[in-house]
Design a protein. Structure first.
Length: 133
């Protein structure tokens, strides 16, 4: 089970994480639309880390098995946390003057999406998966 870890501190790291996600998706056999879905979702989540927490970690893991190709990505930080997760997932809600499109957009792009957040520990987990044929 291969895992890639990228420390997130600035917008260059966001680009690195995005590229790593795309590369792993390509190597595992996901099509170009799926590669873009994962890259875009990772970009949004890591951008939030830079914006709202300052620093964090992005871990991209190949969890493929005999039945499916599967990439699980966890983006975590030790920032202030997301106090109202339902609100944060609403299209258009932003506490920072943004579009409020990042989290709801990322959620739509992948098969599984979850947020665990308390002050000092926020983890957003996304899964891209396809059945093998
Ligand atoms: N890692 C995080 N830590 C703390 N709060 C967060 C984090 N990620 C998201 N949020 C909160 O959730 C809200 C919604 O996030 P989302 O990415 O959807 O929108 P945005 O970042 O405000 O704008 P956009 O991504 O469209 O530029 C944010 O405004 C912020 O309040
Ligand atoms: Mg955002």
């Amino acid at each position: 089970m291969e895992a890639k870890k990228i420390e997130i501190k600035n917008s260059r790291d966001v680009v690195t994480a995005r590229k790593m996600g795309r590369k792993m998706a390509l190597e595992l056999g996901f099509g170009s639309a799926d590669q873009t879905r994962l890259a875009t979702a990772i970009s949004e989540l890591t951008r939030n880390v830079v914006q709202y927490a300052g620093t964090g970690l992005c871990t991209i893991t190949d969890q493929s098995n005999k039945n499916e190709i599967k990439i699980v990505t966890a983006v975590e930080d030790a920032g202030p946390g997301i106090s109202d997760i339902d609100k944060a997932l609403e299209q258009g809600y932003s506490s920072g003057g943004g579009m409020g499109a990042g989290l709801p957009g990322a959620k739509r792009l992948v098969q599984e999406f979850g947020i665990d957040s308390v002050p000092g520990n926020t983890v957003v987990t996304i899964t891209l998966r396809r059945k093998k044929i």
